[in-house]
Design a protein around this ligand. Structure first.
Ligand code: SF4
Length: 370
C-alpha cells in the first residue's frame, strides 16, 4: 500500500529555528493550491502501488487551508486511487489556527488524525522560538479538538533549547501528559546556519546546549513519556498502543509515497523525486529533481530507517535483499567496531537501545555501506 503527502508551504511568520521548506508569501496560496490539484492529477502514474493507506497534510502550516480545501484534496485522491483501505488522514495544525469554528468545519471532513505543533508549554520558551501561540492557546486547542471528538491526536514537542533547562522541559512534559493524547513526537532542537537561530549563534548571541545537557534532556523526555505508558517506537516518536503514526511508519518501512506541492518528496521503490522550487517558481510550472537508487543506496536507506525504529534492522532481510556478504559485514561491524556497546544483536535483529537513540546517527554512519 502507498501514501500521499501534501506539502502546504505557507506560514504566517517564520520560527527562529525553522529549516523546513516554507514561505510567508501567503498571496501565492490560492495559485499554489490550484497547481497542487493539477500536479496530483498528472502524477498519478508515479506510484506503482495505487492502493492508498494514508494521506498526510504537512508544512508549513496546513491549518492555513480552510477545512473544505483540505477535503477537496482528499476527494481528489479518492477519485484517482483505490482508497478502499484508506486508514489514516492526518493534518498538521498550529494552535493559534484552532478556533471552535475551524474545528467544527474540520469535523465535517474525513480527517481522522491531528498533529499539533505545541513545541513547549513555557511562554518564554515559545516566545524565544518565535512561535505565534502561547501555552494557554496550545492547551485550549488540544482540548477543543478532543471535545469535538478527535481521538487520535499527536503533539509535537521540542527539547534541547538553548537558555532553557530541565525546569521548563518538565513544565512542558507535565502539561503534555495531562492532555492525554495518543501520540507525542519529541524533537531535539538542531540549529541550522540558514535560520534566524543560526545567524544569532554566528553572532555569538547564544550557544547550543552542550552534549551532557542534550543527553539529560533526552533522558527526561524518554523517562517521562515511557513511564506514562507511551511506547518509544522511533527516535523521536512515542505512541499509546495502537496509535503509531501509520503515515510516518510507512516512510521508515520503504513504502511508496507521492508528495505533492513545492518542497514535497516522492518515492516509488526505485526512484526518489523532489520539487524544490520556490512558490513563485512552482506556480509557473512544476519541475523535479530525481535520483534512481542503486542497491547500495537502498541498503543504506534500510540501515538508516530501521535502526531509528524500535524493531531494528532485520539481518534476514539484509541477506534476502542485499546478499549474505552484507549480512556478514553488518554482523561483524556491529560486534567489533566502537559502536558495539550501543547495539544489540537480538534474535537476528540489530537494535539500538531506546536510551541510546540520541546517538543513532553515529551508529548508522558507522554501519553504512561505502
Ligand atoms: S510554523 Fe512550522 S513550518 Fe512554519 S516557520 Fe514555524 S516551524 Fe517552520
Amino acid at each position: 500500500m502507498a501514501a500521499v503527502y501534501f506539502h502546504i508551504p505557507f506560514c504566517k511568520r517564520l520560527c527562529g529555528y525553522c529549516d523546513f521548506y516554507r514561505s510567508v508569501k501567503l498571496r501565492y496560496m490560492p495559485q499554489v493550491v490550484d497547481m497542487m490539484h493539477g500536479e496530483l492529477a498528472e502524477q498519478q502514474s508515479f506510484l506503482h502501488d495505487t492502493t492508498i493507506r494514508t494521506i498526510y497534510f504537512g508544512g508549513g502550516t496546513p491549518s492555513l487551508l480552510a477545512p473544505c480545501e483540505i477535503e477537496r484534496f482528499i476527494e481528489q485522491v479518492r477519485s484517482q486511487f483505490d482508497c478502499s483501505q484508506l486508514e489514516e488522514i492526518t493534518v498538521e495544525v498550529n494552535p493559534d489556527d484552532i478556533t471552535a469554528e475551524y474545528v467544527a468545519e474540520l469535523r465535517k471532513t474525513s480527517v481522522n488524525r491531528i498533529s499539533i505543533g505545541v513545541q513547549s508549554l513555557d511562554d518564554r520558551c515559545l516566545e524565544f522560538m518565535g512561535r505565534r501561540h502561547n501555552a494557554r492557546q496550545a492547551v485550549d486547542a488540544v482540548k477543543m479538538l478532543q471535545e469535538a471528538g478527535y481521538d487520535n491526536i499527536s503533539v509535537d514537542v521540542i527539547f534541547g533549547i538553548p537558555n532553557f533547562g530541565v525546569t521548563e522541559l518538565m513544565t512542558t512534559l507535565e502539561g503534555v501528559l495531562a492532555m492525554n493524547v495518543q501520540h507525542i513526537s519529541a524533537y531535539h532542537l538542531t540549529i541550522e546556519e540558514n535560520t534566524r537561530f543560526g545567524r544569532m549563534m554566528a553572532r555569538g548571541e547564544f550557544t547550543e546546549i552542550d552534549e551532557c545537557s542534550s543527553e539529560s534532556h533526552y533522558m527526561w523526555v524518554h523517562r517521562a513519556l515511557t513511564n506514562a505508558g507511551y511506547e518509544h517506537y522511533e527516535v523521536s516518536n512515542y505512541a499509546r498502543e495502537g496509535f503509531r503514526s501509520k503515515h510516518n511508519s510507512s516512510y521508515w518501512k520503504g513504502v511508496e509515497y507521492l508528495g505533492i506541492g513545492p518542497g514535497a518528496h516522492s518515492f516509488n521503490g526505485a526512484m526518489r523525486r523532489w520539487c524544490e522550487q520556490s512558490v513563485e517558481e512552482y506556480v509557473g510550472g512544476v519541475e523535479y529533481g530525481s535520483e534512481v537508487l542503486s542497491e547500495k543506496d537502498k541498503l543504506n536507506e534500510y540501515i538508516m530507517t530501521s535502526l531509528r525504529c524500535a524493531e531494528g534492522l532485520s539481518l534476514a532481510k539484509v541477506e534476502r535483499d542485499f546478499g549474505v556478504k552484507e549480512r556478514e559485514r553488518l554482523e561483524r561491524e556491529a560486534s567489533t567496531n566502537d559502536i558495539s556497546r550501543l547495539l544489540k544483536n537480538d534474535n537476528g535483529y540489530l537494535r539500538i537501545e531506546p536510551e541510546m537513540m540520541l546517538v543513532s546517527d553515529l551508529v548508522i554512519s558507522e554501519l553504512m555501506a561505502l
